[in-house]
Design a protein around this ligand. Structure first.
Ligand code: SF4
Length: 339
């Protein structure tokens, strides 16, 4: 392990000032950073510990009816918060589909957004990897690519974003509030993570030294009709092969008035296609309508040797999620959804 300096911040401005510099890292729960460090993939010269900033540990209601999730609130505290359970059950369900209780007790909301891909080659420091060493190559294209992308990838990188929570936050149209040396700004969630393009080393649109303050949820939480369907190789402690976060509202006629669908496990960021969601507006929530939306969401999808199955899996997952969301009470383990 390399030597490093340690600074325990007690306020936001102090943290931002202390973090100035390319090799300085904020640390909250550390559940991914310490892994990266142990794998010789991260080499911070200074750690700015955020755990002394009480302001980042709060969940507060917003005047517009939304909810502010502090960046330092743990994933479990968020999932089990009574307002999240009542008004944003999609988010609660999604968080609880990820990791383990022990990890969720330490992992923070801000850190969840910043976790890095689980591409096997990224974690193997003896392997080339454009995300770790720009220009060195991407062995995943011809190698083991079961977990990899079918949408939005580039010649440089085909990695996927591993978070579950972020898939629900994309569907809920959350906003990420950040502060850096140049002040505070808000980033719409779907613009927070980026596609790999020619710069796969950049996972998101945070500027240097910016600190995530909170994730703000809008008032609409899709408490009536929602689901998170996560398909993976084993039932717990596994990353998604494909996941679907879906929420919709019905009008008085039983037709969909607004719909949001985000996919996980298929791209370098949560995958949303607003035009596909619009196809559902005014339609009844039937399998045929979700099939049309699925076609639009997956337009242009293509796979590699070991992951082409994800295209059909994602299509069928969207149909099933549509049925599950219609009656969230059917989402008990083993329950069979129907429309
Ligand atoms: Fe590296 Fe991305 Fe290729 Fe994986 S997919 S080896 S992270 S460049």
């Amino acid at each position: 392990m390399n030597d490093f300096a340690y600074y325990k911040a007690t306020d936001i401005d102090g943290a931002v000032n202390a973090a100035a510099g390319p090799k300085n890292n904020y640390i909250g729960g550390g559940t991914n950073l310490i892994d990266l460090w142990k794998y010789d993939l991260a080499h911070p010269e200074k750690l700015v510990d955020l755990n002394g900033i009480d302001e980042l540990k709060e969940i507060t209601e917003l005047p517009d009816g939304g909810l502010r999730l502090g960046a330092l609130v743990t994933n479990n505290a968020t999932a089990y918060h009574p307002i999240v359970q009542e008004r944003y059950p999609l988010l609660s369900r999604t968080i609880l589909a990820g990791a383990t209780p022990q990890i969720r007790n330490a992992a923070t909301n801000g850190g969840n957004l910043l976790q890095r891909t689980r591409c096997y080659y990224f974690y193997d420091s003896s392997s080339p990897c454009n995300k770790r060493v720009p220009g060195s190559g991407c062995p995943a294209r011809e190698g083991h690519n079961r977990l990899h992308a079918i949408l939005g990838y580039s010649d440089a990188c085909i990695a996927t974003m591993p978070s579950d929570m972020c898939v629900a936050l994309a569907a809920l149209e959350a906003v990420v509030r950040v502060k850096g040396p140049e002040g505070e700004r808000c980033i719409p969630f779907i613009e927070f993570h980026r596609l790999p393009g020619e710069q796969p080393e950049k996972d998101n649109t945070l500027r240097e030294d910016e600190l995530i303050l909170s994730v703000d949820l809008p008032a609409r939480g899709f408490a009536g009709h929602h689901t998170y369907l996560k398909l993976r190789d084993r039932h717990s402690y596994a990353f998604a092969l494909v996941s679907v976060a879906m929420g919709y509202e019905l009008d008085g006629e039983g037709n969909i008035s607004v719909a949001r669908i985000a996919l996980g496990g298929v791209a370098h960021k949560p995958w949303r296609v607003p035009a596909a969601e619009e196809l559902l507006v005014g339609k009844s929530p039937t399998e045929d309508q979700f099939a049309r939306a699925a076609e639009a969401i997956l337009e242009g999808a293509s796979g590699f040797e070991h992951n082409t199955f994800k295209i059909d899996l994602a299509h069928r997952a969207i149909l099933r999620a549509g049925a599950m969301a219609h009656d969230p009470s059917t989402q008990r383990p083993g329950a069979k959804p129907s429309l």
